[in-house]
Ligand binder design. Sequence first.
Ligand code: BDP
Length: 710
Amino acid sequence: MIRSFHLFLMLLACFFCHAEDGYRLWLRYDKIGNTQILKQYQTHLHSFTFIGSSATLIAAKKELTTGLSGMLGKAVVEKQLAGSSIVIGKINEPAIKAAFSNKVPVNLGSEGFAIYTTDTKTVVITANTDVAILYGVFHFLRLLQTLQSIQQLTITSVPKIQNRILNHWDNLNRHVERGYAGISIWNWHTLPDYIDQRYIDYARANASVGINGTVLTNVNANALVLTKDYLLKVKALADVFRPYGIKVYLTARFSAPIELGGLKTADPLDAGVKEWWKKKADEIYALIPDFGGFLVKANSEGQPGPQNYGRNHADGANMLADAVAPHNGIVMWRAFVYSNETPEDRFKQAYNEFKPLDGKFRKNVLVQVKNGPIDFQPREPFSPLFGAMPQTPLMMEFQITQEYLGQATNLVYEAPMFKEVLDADTWQKGKGSSIAKVVDGSLHNYSITGIAGVANIGNDRNWTGHPFGQANWYSFGRLAWDYDLTSTQIADEWIKQTFTGSKKFVDTARKIMLSSHQTLVNYMTPLGLHHIMGTGHHYGPAPWIINAGRADWNPVYYHRADSIGIGFDRTIKGSNALAQYAPEVRKSFEDITTCPEDYLLWFHHVPWNYKMRSGRNLWDELCYRYYSGVDSIRAVQQQWNGLKGLVDDERFTQVQMLLNVQVKEAIWWRNSCLLYFQTFSKMPIHSQYEKPDQTLEYYKGLKFPFAPGN
Ligand code: BDP
């Protein structure tokens, strides 16, 4: 009796351990379902040899054995070289050289890897460094998880951008600013002694897509993280991440010398201040020899900075850069600045402040620029700074967390949005001067390069709240490594690894993902509308807000709807922000007949009866976009419902429920925006459309005092 009860408990435990709660991300390594491919892999891959034994190679070996035994459903044995089916080691190892004489390309740098099948059908994974070998192993596992043939591999892969970094906006009290997936994964209270398995799995996930840095703390920084007690905790995390090639960075609060050091000033030109930061850097590097450096938000949204002392951003950045330079550290200085006191279009302000400083920064400074000129809107034209700083390495800052993209209840795949920006042409050196080429350093020969993504990670069991949020973390990493990958390729990879290789599932999920960004733009901010979200929490629509703390926090500042039309005139007749772009870019945006309609209201105040390319007038086009956004997301609901049974119930149901929420939210966006803008256009919502089922007053009355992430 007791025995059978035990058996029952074991079965129960087993049942639960296999439940798909999303924790394993895209590193699931379940047994391959396609029997033909499974057979091929099983025959081909029976043993492996690892040459070398560093902590990184031990991690790589562990990943390989876990991955192979899971996917093949049998143990793969470690062997001495002879007869091994997979051989892994550095390029300069005699055995590797011998395996395929001169076939391996040499330009792999410190992070690139090669995976080759030799004449004797051995798979060789090689690189110049241990970390690059780890990347190669992850890539090989990805090939298997996505059911690729491994018969004749000739892969070489080298990252295009050097520093591929996640920015966590995590506070020391574990609240995550703009976080929608629980609280911070950094448990500062139990660090440094308690090492949560999550820290290791976080490092694995990042390494699997080539992310090689993490800024642990919020850009709205707390100086406390620079105190000894916290630095010991930071060190503990750095020690966990090191084998995975991930460097740790911190945000530096500019006033720390006053707050922690008791100095009277934080003036970057003050000798005492310089000395304080130098000593602080020495202290950090004594604990964490490979500490990456600092990320700084200064003189922005109330954060202290060099301007408090009449100095400029370069003075501030250079002072910190000098402190970390002896240790090979870098400073990532953010260009996200705008001031309410400046009576200037917010669009123009970062450019105005930073452009004159081009060439004035130390060699180890990168200026980190958000993709758009305002603030991570669902769709923004690229920031003109990307075409304006040839002598200063510019780092891209994307936002992975969906602050303005429906937060964690909306399914939005961000790769198409990231690519839209990276592919945009600045025309700085003529046609083909893409943002990607600015960021990867090739256009201006930058000596350091970087790309950052504001993380969407929290301590929710599935890390990102929405199961599809994982795809955005994944695709940020993949694009940071190689921005030439297509959104389709990345979606396919992610779906197969995260869910299943079933064709019907992959085809449908891919379709859903690829259209999701445009769908969201349609029901939220079509035709170039921007920043019309609820004030503060940014949850849901509130285009009517007129009384926020400062002019440029008010939606009305951005949409400018009136009896004549809607949109922000940034042409020469308006704020002339367009003058910040190269003439070719400017021309195409400035001419209303060539301006892409997706950006129309970013740059023009357009009359309600203006004839759009569809033949509809602007008001009707706006209605059309809002309604088709809702229609599309309803269609997605149906498509998803058709996938029942092809994946685990747990995630199927989660996504199903979230899509129900998304449909409701899309309707809320559509109705409230159209009802509000209608008070200006005075034009009808045609009868072919379903009538808004609530009044504008109702929508205006909605309150969200505890919206997350605020
Ligand atoms: C805005 C966020 C705010 C951030 C700020 C920033 O609303 O929470 O602190 O950007 O990037 O998007 O500094």
